[in-house]
Design a protein around this ligand. Structure first.
Ligand code: FES
Length: 86
Protein backbone atom coordinates (compact mmCIF):
# COMPACT_ATOMS: atom_id res chain seq x y z
CA UNK A 1 0.00 0.00 0.00
CA UNK A 2 1.07 3.56 -0.67
CA UNK A 3 0.50 6.32 1.88
CA UNK A 4 -2.30 7.83 -0.19
CA UNK A 5 -4.13 4.50 -0.60
CA UNK A 6 -7.27 4.08 1.48
CA UNK A 7 -6.98 1.56 4.31
CA UNK A 8 -10.63 2.10 5.14
CA UNK A 9 -12.34 2.22 1.79
CA UNK A 10 -15.80 2.70 3.34
CA UNK A 11 -14.78 6.07 4.79
CA UNK A 12 -11.83 6.90 2.55
CA UNK A 13 -9.23 6.93 5.30
CA UNK A 14 -5.77 6.68 3.81
CA UNK A 15 -2.74 4.95 5.27
CA UNK A 16 -1.17 8.40 5.69
CA UNK A 17 -4.16 9.63 7.73
CA UNK A 18 -4.15 6.53 9.93
CA UNK A 19 -0.40 6.75 10.58
CA UNK A 20 -0.58 10.47 11.38
CA UNK A 21 -3.58 9.95 13.65
CA UNK A 22 -1.86 7.15 15.59
CA UNK A 23 1.27 9.22 16.11
CA UNK A 24 -0.75 12.27 17.20
CA UNK A 25 -3.35 10.56 19.41
CA UNK A 26 -1.21 7.76 20.88
CA UNK A 27 -4.16 5.34 21.24
CA UNK A 28 -4.16 2.85 24.11
CA UNK A 29 -5.96 0.12 22.13
CA UNK A 30 -6.41 -0.58 18.43
CA UNK A 31 -10.18 -0.15 18.59
CA UNK A 32 -9.66 3.56 19.21
CA UNK A 33 -8.72 3.88 15.55
CA UNK A 34 -12.44 4.09 14.83
CA UNK A 35 -12.10 7.68 16.07
CA UNK A 36 -9.94 8.36 13.03
CA UNK A 37 -12.69 9.47 10.63
CA UNK A 38 -14.75 6.35 11.37
CA UNK A 39 -12.10 3.92 10.13
CA UNK A 40 -13.27 0.33 10.51
CA UNK A 41 -16.90 1.11 11.33
CA UNK A 42 -18.37 0.20 7.94
CA UNK A 43 -18.04 -3.24 6.36
CA UNK A 44 -15.33 -4.26 8.82
CA UNK A 45 -12.83 -5.43 6.20
CA UNK A 46 -10.09 -3.07 7.28
CA UNK A 47 -10.22 -3.79 11.02
CA UNK A 48 -7.50 -6.48 11.03
CA UNK A 49 -5.33 -4.18 8.94
CA UNK A 50 -5.93 -1.26 11.28
CA UNK A 51 -4.91 -3.55 14.14
CA UNK A 52 -1.79 -4.48 12.21
CA UNK A 53 -0.89 -0.80 11.72
CA UNK A 54 -1.48 -0.22 15.43
CA UNK A 55 0.82 -3.13 16.37
CA UNK A 56 3.49 -1.84 14.01
CA UNK A 57 3.36 1.53 15.71
CA UNK A 58 3.47 -0.08 19.17
CA UNK A 59 6.50 -2.11 18.12
CA UNK A 60 8.27 0.96 16.73
CA UNK A 61 8.07 -0.30 13.16
CA UNK A 62 7.06 1.72 10.08
CA UNK A 63 3.28 2.10 10.03
CA UNK A 64 2.53 0.68 6.60
CA UNK A 65 0.93 -2.39 5.04
CA UNK A 66 2.97 -4.54 2.71
CA UNK A 67 -0.12 -5.86 0.88
CA UNK A 68 -0.69 -4.84 -2.75
CA UNK A 69 -3.57 -2.44 -3.33
CA UNK A 70 -5.16 -4.67 -5.96
CA UNK A 71 -5.34 -7.73 -3.71
CA UNK A 72 -6.52 -5.54 -0.81
CA UNK A 73 -9.39 -4.21 -2.93
CA UNK A 74 -10.38 -7.62 -4.28
CA UNK A 75 -10.26 -9.07 -0.76
CA UNK A 76 -12.63 -6.37 0.41
CA UNK A 77 -15.02 -7.11 -2.45
CA UNK A 78 -15.09 -10.79 -1.49
CA UNK A 79 -15.64 -9.82 2.14
CA UNK A 80 -18.60 -7.63 1.18
CA UNK A 81 -20.08 -10.37 -1.00
CA UNK A 82 -19.82 -12.87 1.86
CA UNK A 83 -21.58 -10.45 4.19
CA UNK A 84 -24.49 -10.09 1.74
CA UNK A 85 -25.11 -13.84 1.82
CA UNK A 86 -24.89 -14.20 5.61
S1 FES B 1 -13.10 -0.80 4.53
FE1 FES B 1 -13.05 0.00 6.53
S2 FES B 1 -14.99 -0.47 7.33
FE2 FES B 1 -15.12 -1.08 5.25
Amino acid sequence: MQDEDDICMCFHVSQRKVAAWIKREQPKVASQLSNCLGAGTGCGWCRPFLEQLYRQWKDGEPVELSVELESYCSGRERHRERRKTE
